[in-house]
Design a protein around this ligand. Structure first.
Ligand code: GDP
Ligand code: MG
Length: 370
């Protein structure tokens, strides 16, 4: 029901067109029988007759957003939280990511070569946490701009000797806009001029009030450099995750988001992805953004080849015909033929939108020279 004419609507409602026109008039809308009515007006008229308008979602498999997934509650299982680290430059994001990664080498996996795949997992108290490896706002903002929401929790790093800075404020507004809970990591607590209370005070102005001050925000003092307070931070993350009740259905075809991708000389196109729903398996026919193929190999963050990956698992995959983009969605389809067909339609749509964008740019260029 995108639009109907007055005549068509009258027919559907089994009313005389004149009656509908009168009704419209009483609502302040002048209309003729052949006039197109928009969705809101149609709904308004229908409600006058106590008729409910059913939204019909047209499934277009080349548009992943229209492919709805309804999971039964009993099919949902707990999944690890996906965490992003943000904060002002030099406040210690990279040091913290390194500290977390090395603090928590999973028993039995020691010796596994860590591999950069855009994200990594650590385990604490038998529970996993996934960290996006790109500190700063780039990953978060590009992905959000492309409609991908992958973060469950944000760690806001604030240096205890420096306080709230412009990028701190920016990070807070990004997290709030995305409705992602914030845990404040007050870093560099080892420094002589570190002042935890000052940080708490400054952040109250941005709506982040410490629990011990009657608010709802967890402040975790730590030293990323001396690797102190890291376990506490991880435990706080689990606490917040528990409240969020993060769940996914692992028993279906996989779906998720590209964290980064590149063309590797030896391996061809590689995509580092986060599985968000279902389980991705070797051999799965897949569409990733506008690329397609079969999952040839999967490598986890420890550099191990794996055969399948469930919700919240970051992995690197190969086997695609092309390099997708960060923020692209991926989906597994029932067979390779279908994946190829859908991938090809998506690729041509992408080319078309790029062509249009280029045309616009060159027109702008043209006008600049006039
Ligand atoms: P980023 O820009 O947020 O990624 O910050 P970095 O992790 O690169 O850290 C910036 C500087 O702060 C580096 O020189 C770090 O060694 C230092 N640094 C990071 N964490 C700590 C800490 O806990 N204590 C102290 N004293 N220095 C730290
Ligand atoms: Mg850094």
């Amino acid at each position: 029901t995108e639009s109907l004419t007055v005549g068509e609507l009258a027919k559907k409602l089994r009313k005389e067109p004149a009656e509908i026109i009168k009704k419209l008039f009483s609502l302040g809308i002048m209309a003729t029988i052949n006039q197109d009515l928009d969705k809101d007006t149609i709904e308004l008229i229908c409600s006058e007759y106590n008729v409910e308008v059913e939204e019909k979602i047209v499934i277009d498999e080349t548009n992943f957003e229209t492919i709805e997934e309804v999971d039964q509650p009993q099919d949902l299982q707990e999944r690890p939280p996906v965490v992003t680290i943000m904060g002002h430059v030099d406040h210690g994001k990279t040091t913290l990511l390194d500290a977390i990664r090395s603090t928590n080498v999973v028993a039995g996996e020691a010796g596994g070569i860590t591999q950069h795949i855009g994200a990594y997992q650590v385990e604490i108290k038998g529970k996993k946490i996934t960290f996006l490896d790109t500190p700063g706002h780039a990953a978060f903002t590009t992905m959000r701009a492309r409609g991908a929401q992958i973060t469950d929790i944000t760690i806001l790093v604030v240096a205890a000797d420096d306080g709230v800075m412009p990028q701190t404020v920016e990070a807070i507004s990004h997290a709030k806009a995305a409705n992602v809970p914030i845990i404040v990591a007050v870093n560099k607590i080892d420094k002589e001029n570190a002042n935890l209370d000052r940080i708490k005070q400054e952040l109250t102005e941005y709506g982040l009030v410490a629990e011990e001050w009657g608010g709802e925000t967890i402040f975790c003092p730590l030293s990323a450099k001396q690797r102190k307070g890291i376990e506490e931070l991880l435990e706080y993350i689990l606490l917040v995750a528990e409240v969020q009740e993060l769940k996914a259905n692992p028993n279906k075809r996989a779906r998720g988001t590209v964290i980064e991708a590149e063309l590797d000389k030896g391996k061809g196109p590689v995509a580092r992805v986060l599985v968000q729903h279902g389980t991705l398996k070797i051999g799965d026919p897949i569409v990733v953004g506008a690329a397609f193929g079969r999952v040839r190999a999967m490598v986890n963050d420890k550099g191990r080849r794996i055969k399948e990956a469930g919700p919240s698992t970051p992995i690197e995959i190969t086997g695609l015909n092309d390099v997708p983009q960060a923020g692209d969605q991926f989906m597994v389809f029932e067979d390779e033929k279908k994946a190829r067909a859908i991938g090809e339609v998506r690729a041509s749509k992408l080319r078309e939108s790029e062509r249009r964008a280029n045309t616009r740019v060159s027109l702008d260029d043209l006008f600049q020279h006039i």
